[in-house]
Design a binder for this molecule. Structure first.
Ligand code: UTP
Length: 274
């Protein structure tokens, strides 16, 4: 059973400076809801209520967001504004939240390893909140991945077909199709040049990981960009056993960059005005 979801949220978010100078990237809103809340809602709709955050310096707004704000509640009590807090208050009631800090920003792999203390020895899911995923009228991406985990009981990464000239922004997989939309990974390369990329199947910010990943991460040396890459650890896991790549149903907005952020904003605004 996958019971926990880890949110690595310690990155500097430099592509959104100066907005992210004193505010976490994950708190940037798409309309009136911060990115991280979309992620937590996706985890909840996959049946997960145990939420773990890896944060860093300057990220206290995330903790405050998932906590009651008595003063504010008192101020708007009895007014029509009270309902604005309904969704977040439901999340606070239903979930438990735990936090740890990544002291040095040594990459996503290192952030996930920092979460070991919150996860322990069990399979877990990972959401990168800046990849906002939707699947209108059907199950979310994490739900889809948990169903696959229940069958195969191994680590799974979500993938998406991208433009071949964008491979240098993603981890790229090579694999054998074993059932519709599901690949057995044989190789993975972090941010390859398009000419060296083994495919155009890019890993996006959703993972199910078996807990042996922590030992592997402890022995993973810094890779591309001097960071400890989760892709390198997953490749070691794939070589020892098996790792699957799942082409999810739905749409992803890359809210870690301005174009994707604006696209997501327009999408949700259109829904609001329908
Ligand atoms: P990104 O590669 O988007 O980096 O991280 P970033 O720092 O957030 O943003 P830019 O590139 O400077 O604009 C992908 C995810 O991994 C987390 C980030 O918070 C984000 O959710 N991360 C990255 C960490 O938690 N720790 C790290 O050391 C690096």
């Amino acid at each position: 059973m996958v019971k926990k979801c880890l949110f690595p949220a310690a990155g500097y978010g430099t592509r959104f400076l100066p907005a992210t100078k004193a505010m976490p990237k994950e708190m940037l809103p798409i309309l009136n809801k911060p990115l991280i809340q979309y992620g937590v809602e996706e985890a909840m709709s996959a049946g997960i209520s145990d939420i773990a955050f890896v944060t860093g310096r300057g990220k206290r707004a995330i903790e405050d967001h998932f906590d009651l704000s008595y003063e504010l509640e008192h101020q708007i009590k009895g007014t029509n504004k009270e309902s604005y807090l309904n969704d977040i208050n439901k999340i606070i009631q239903k979930c438990t939240f735990s936090y740890t800090r990544q002291i040095e920003m040594k990459g996503l792999g290192h952030a996930i390893l920092s979460g070991e203390t919150l996860i322990g020895n069990e399979p877990f899911s990972v959401i990168l909140a800046d990849d906002l995923c939707i699947n209108s009228n059907s199950h979310g991406v994490l739900y889809q991945m948990i169903k696959i985990y229940e069958k195969y009981k191994c680590s799974i990464v979500a993938i998406e077909e991208i433009d071949k000239n964008e491979t240098n922004r993603y981890g790229i997989i090579e694999g054998k199709l074993i059932e519709e939309g599901l690949y057995l990974i044989s190789n993975m390369v972090e941010k390859p040049n398009p000419k060296d990329a083994p495919s155009n199947l890019a890993i996006i910010g959703r993972y199910i990981l078996t807990p042996d990943i922590f030992e592997i991460l402890k022995n993973t040396k810094a890779g591309v960009g001097g960071e400890i890459q989760i892709t390198d650890a997953l490749l070691a896991q794939a070589k020892n056993g098996m790792v699957l790549a799942y082409k999810f149903k739905g749409k992803r907005f890359d809210c870690g960059n301005i174009d994707g952020f604006v696209e997501a904003t327009n999408h949700f605004y259109k829904l609001l005005k329908k």
